[in-house]
Ligand binder design. Structure first.
Ligand SMILES: *Cc1c(COP(=O)(O)O)cnc(C)c1O
Length: 376
């Protein structure tokens, strides 16, 4: 049976408490529906410039080269990798879940020799573990690490890593897809050289753009390239002429910017800054604690030792039907949560409290619904 009937072209509203996308506020959806401008119209360029300015605030960086890449979070990962790496480069990537595994794949496709720093899924890395591997691999050009491993809910601390990496002349690259706008992230204070994120997690914007930021060390590495970036679409040396007007010739057409998605991101970022970044991060912390208290009172257990606030990964209790529980949440309550991935498939549920979704109403609703379903 086709699940779309003739009257279902307007999707019903779900409560998105999975690993992303997160619920999108009406204000952002309305912005998406504003009249489409030309991508070189001064009016559009002003909106884009302000979007980049707000992105710098949310990333807590002064990096001039901060802009939304066309594409989802994976395009951000790929953009950072293809621009910083050349064939033969050596890199270290922290692998403790799906997204570290993907970073290995993406960087290996750039021709890099990848030295994975592995740990059990759900665990995080210590400064000492990274230091030991850096000592063993002195030619490493870049260290890639995931701050918020959405596949396991593990929260990787970043403070202190940059000094270690910079002492060896390497770059620190961070995946902040599920942390930007929801968990503490300080690009400049923490010495992060390149960072990427996505719109549909804690920024509560539809999927489609990948905010990225490159610091001075990353720029120097790009300037020192001996080979062309093998991706035409994601080549920052061309993209920056459009996004920052840099390169002398003013704004230059590269590809048509996703105009209406930029409106949506502009509105979503304005909402982040209206709430206040600190207040928003604190709201995510409070909602996490509220959810955690309720889940643990029901006898459910968190799997990662250091849990994110934005993604709560819990063990499926003995006897519960993984897919059946998720289906009932979706069909009876309109609530989406995530399944376990990789080694956690069938063993974990992932409850996202991201952006607009991190509210008392949603926390209490998912707790009540889970309790009813599990008791049955
Ligand atoms: C969601 C996610 C991505 C990929 O983003 P897409 O928007 O799905 O392309 C990358 N890294 C992490 C940590 C994520 O949670």
């Amino acid at each position: 049976m086709d699940i779309l009937d003739a009257s279902a072209f307007i999707p019903t509203e779900r409560i998105l408490l999975g690993p992303g996308p997160s619920p999108v506020p009406q204000r952002v959806l309305r912005a998406l529906a504003a009249p489409t401008l030309g991508h070189l119209d001064p009016l559009y360029l002003a909106i884009m410039d302000r979007t980049c300015t707000m992105l710098r605030e949310v990333f807590r960086t002064n990096n001039p080269l901060t802009f939304p890449v066309s594409g989802t979070g994976m395009a951000g990962m790929e953009c950072v990798a293809v621009n910083l790496l050349e064939p033969g480069d050596e890199v270290i990537v922290g692998v403790n879940g799906v997204f570290g595994t993907r970073m290995v794949d993406v960087m290996a496709r750039c021709g890099a020799t990848v030295h994975p720093l592995e740990t059990t899924w759900g665990d995080t890395f210590t400064v000492d573990q990274l230091g030991d591997l850096l000592d063993a691999r002195p030619r490493v050009k870049l260290v890639g690490i995931v701050q918020a491993e959405t596949s396991t809910g593990a929260h990787q601390p970043l403070a202190g890593l940059a000094d270690l990496v910079h002492e060896r002349g390497a770059l620190l690259v961070v995946d902040a897809v599920t942390s930007l706008g929801g968990q503490e992230l300080r690009v400049d204070d923490w010495g992060i050289d390149a960072v990427y994120s996505g719109t549909q997690k804690c920024l509560s914007c539809p999927p489609g753009l990948a905010p990225v930021s490159f610091g001075p060390r990353a720029l120097a590495a790009m300037d020192a390239r001996k080979t062309k970036v093998q991706s035409w679409y994601l080549d920052v040396s061309m993209l920056r002429k459009y996004y920052t007007g840099g390169g002398g010739g003013g704004r230059v057409y590269h590809h048509t910017a996703p105009i209406n998605m930029t409106y949506a991101l502009h509105e979503a970022l304005a909402m982040v800054l209206e709430e206040g970044l600190d207040a928003r991060i604190e709201r995510h912390a409070q909602m996490h604690r509220r959810l955690r208290a309720g889940l643990e009172a029901m006898g459910l257990r968190y799997l990662p030792r250091h849990s994110l606030h934005t993604l709560n990964c819990i063990g499926i209790p003995a006897g519960a039907d993984d897919a059946g529980v998720r289906r009932r949440l979706l069909e009876e309550y309109g609530i989406e949560i995530g399944a376990g991935l990789g080694p956690m498939a069938g063993k974990a549920w992932r409850i996202g409290l991201m952006g607009h979704g991190a509210s008392v109403r949603n926390v209490d609703l998912v707790l009540a619904a889970l309790e009813k379903i599990l008791r049955a």
